[in-house]
Design a protein around this ligand. Structure first.
Ligand code: HXC
Length: 519
């Protein structure tokens, strides 16, 4: 073979590798409305930036006739490229090769890019589309998964890890995405479950479809496993590009600053009237978020899950922040098990990647009842408290309206090391609402009044007295628990200036191996 022949051989081998499991399987993938592993990479990364590793890797299995079936790349495409010029590492499972199933070699390829991503300090993006463990490889496949899991764990809080689920993801395979920071599922073409419908039926008798057991809608609305449900793969891939606009490449860097044309002193008169006169009337806190952030842009996580709390990324004067806001429009913005878990995870995500947190408070308290108590609201509420209290990033809190009881303390209060705590004049900061308070304090006196009319009058008077004294921000401001009471229309300016001022904040926690957050 002369040199030209050798070059031709390389070109041929590359072309062969790029065909994966062959044209028929590629067509079948397209017929299912799915892209191939390589098409996904091309769509995600900056044009021409992808550098592939390990194209010539094949499996080592010599059983079940597999020695006669070898595909270059062995069912997973790995390497690095750039997104908006920043380096990212990537693996993309190729369903056209043995159903994207994971062999020993396949796992080693993924581990190689994970190791490199951690060393370089660059985000890791995993595209999942796989039938799980390669059955013919037995324990080697299980070991391969565990190698990946361990790296997911070690990389957690060091580099952002984002998982896309664009096909099957079942059995123990679900745990790699579950260990990452963000899970994005494509609607109707993906599913995730620990145990599939067939085994579920055998073991429990429950008859349920794949979609109903583990489709994108289920995980985006009921389980909260998926942070995003994308209408299609393209939307999912574009979400990754968008998300990286808010995240640093690793925990030692600051989030990327991009100059903003939206004036920081933009005054929003409509905010002065946004809180209804009637304290029991809801409003949409997302209207406030969109009004105050740069260019009305808000990347909402978990949009369909635990809708009584809103979390997501936005920017103020070009600086990325994480926003956490109680949502009065849904369950009155009450804190319950799901919303506490959702917000706690988000607060910790922001904190490990140095993203400041802006908290908008309008919370009537924790949801009462046996369902919540039996479900462990004590522990789940503690998660959110722990997350806020442990976070060392700049923390700005604006109390818009209600801030009652334990929920007041939890929602980034001054005592949980809130750096700047502002309140609108409409804020009500107290141990509990007037109705509940008067029932406790005046119950005996009220019961002693014989006439119903008199009872009502007395109760209303006492409630009004209580509201006058406590349903305002001044009592808290008197003791410095609130730094200032601000006009709603100036909120954007006050947040922008506060963020700028405290951007150099340095705070550390006592040295320890790690904390013991109530999981
Ligand atoms: C080897 C596999 C495979 C697997 C699929 N294939 N899954 N090969 N190991 N796990 C092969 C098929 O034989 C087929 O090969 C090709 O991939 C495409 O699969 P189809 O079944 O034709 O595709 P489809 O109809 O779309 O169904 C996809 C599927 C199904 C639902 C994923 O293939 C399936 O149920 N696979 C088995 C899933 C499974 O039980 N995995 C192990 C789970 S245990 P040909 O040559 O015909 O094209 C596990 C433990 C992990 O994962 C533990 C980690 C800790």
């Amino acid at each position: 073979m002369n040199n030209q022949d050798k070059i031709n051989q390389l070109i041929e081998l590359r072309a062969k590798a790029k065909l994966g499991g062959g044209i028929d399987r590629i067509n079948s993938q397209h017929e299912k409305g799915k892209m191939t592993a390589r098409e996904r990479i091309d769509m995600l990364l900056d044009e021409g930036s992808f550098e592939e590793y390990d194209m010539f890797v094949t499996h080592r299995c010599r059983d079940f006739g597999l020695e006669k079936q070898e595909y270059l790349s062995d069912g997973v495409i790995t390497g690095h490229g750039t997104i908006d010029g920043r380096v990212v590492y990537i693996f993309s499972q190729d369903f056209t090769v043995f159903g994207g199933s994971l062999s020993e070699s396949f796992a080693k390829k993924i581990c190689k890019v994970m190791d490199q991503a951690i060393k370089v300090g660059a985000p890791l993006i995993g595209i999942n589309d796989s039938g799980g463990a390669r059955i013919q490889e037995g324990v080697h496949s299980l070991a391969g998964y565990a190698e990946i899991f361990e790296r997911n764990i070690l990389a957690s809080g060091v580099i952002p890890q984002i998982s896309l689920i664009f096909g099957p993801c079942a059995g123990g395979a679900v745990y790699s995405p579950a260990l990452t920071d963000v899970v994005i599922m494509s609607d109707k073409t993906s599913y995730m479950f620990v145990t599939g419908p067939k085994v579920t039926k055998t073991v429990t008798g429950e008859d349920i479809s794949t979609e109903d057991l583990g489709g994108a809608t289920v995980h985006a609305t009921k389980s909260g496993v998926a942070h995003f449900r994308a209408d299609d793969e393209e939307e999912g891939l574009m979400l990754v590009r968008k998300m990286l606009e808010y995240l640093p490449s690793n925990n030692l860097e600051e989030p990327p600053y991009t100059p903003s044309k939206d004036p920081i002193d933009r005054v929003n008169d409509e905010l002065n009237e946004i809180i209804p006169e009637n304290p029991n009337q809801p409003y949409d806190v997302k209207d406030i978020i969109h009004t105050i952030v740069d260019n009305e842009e808000f990347l909402e996580f978990h949009r369909h899950y635990a809708r009584n709390i809103i979390v997501g990324f936005a920017k103020f004067n070009g600086m990325p922040v994480g926003i956490v806001a109680n949502q009065p429009n849904y369950l009155a913005g009450v804190l319950d098990i799901e919303s506490s878990r959702k917000a706690a995870r988000f607060v910790r995500f922001c904190d490990c990647f140095n993203v400041p947190i802006v908290t908008l408070v309008d919370v009537p308290g924790f949801l009462p009842g046996s369902v919540q108590e039996y479900g462990g609201i004590i522990i789940h509420g503690a998660k959110l408290m722990f997350a806020y209290g442990e976070a060392t990033v700049p923390k700005i809190t604006i109390t818009l309206r209600k801030s009652y009881g334990g929920a007041h303390d939890v929602m980034s209060s001054k005592q949980l090391r809130g750096d700047i705590n502002y309140a609108w004049p409409t804020a009500e900061i107290a141990v509990m609402g007037a109705k509940g308070a008067i029932e406790v304090l005046e119950g005996r006196n009220i019961a002693a009044i014989e006439s119903e009319e008199e009872r009502k009058k007395y109760t209303e008077e006492k409630e009004a007295e209580y509201k006058e004294k406590f349903a305002n921000p001044y009592e808290a401001a008197k003791y410095g628990f609130i730094d200032d009471i601000i006009e709603p229309r100036n909120t954007r300016f006050r947040i922008c200036r506060a963020l700028q001022t405290i951007s150099t904040k340095k705070e550390t926690n006592p040295p320890k191996k790690h904390s013991n957050i109530p999981l």
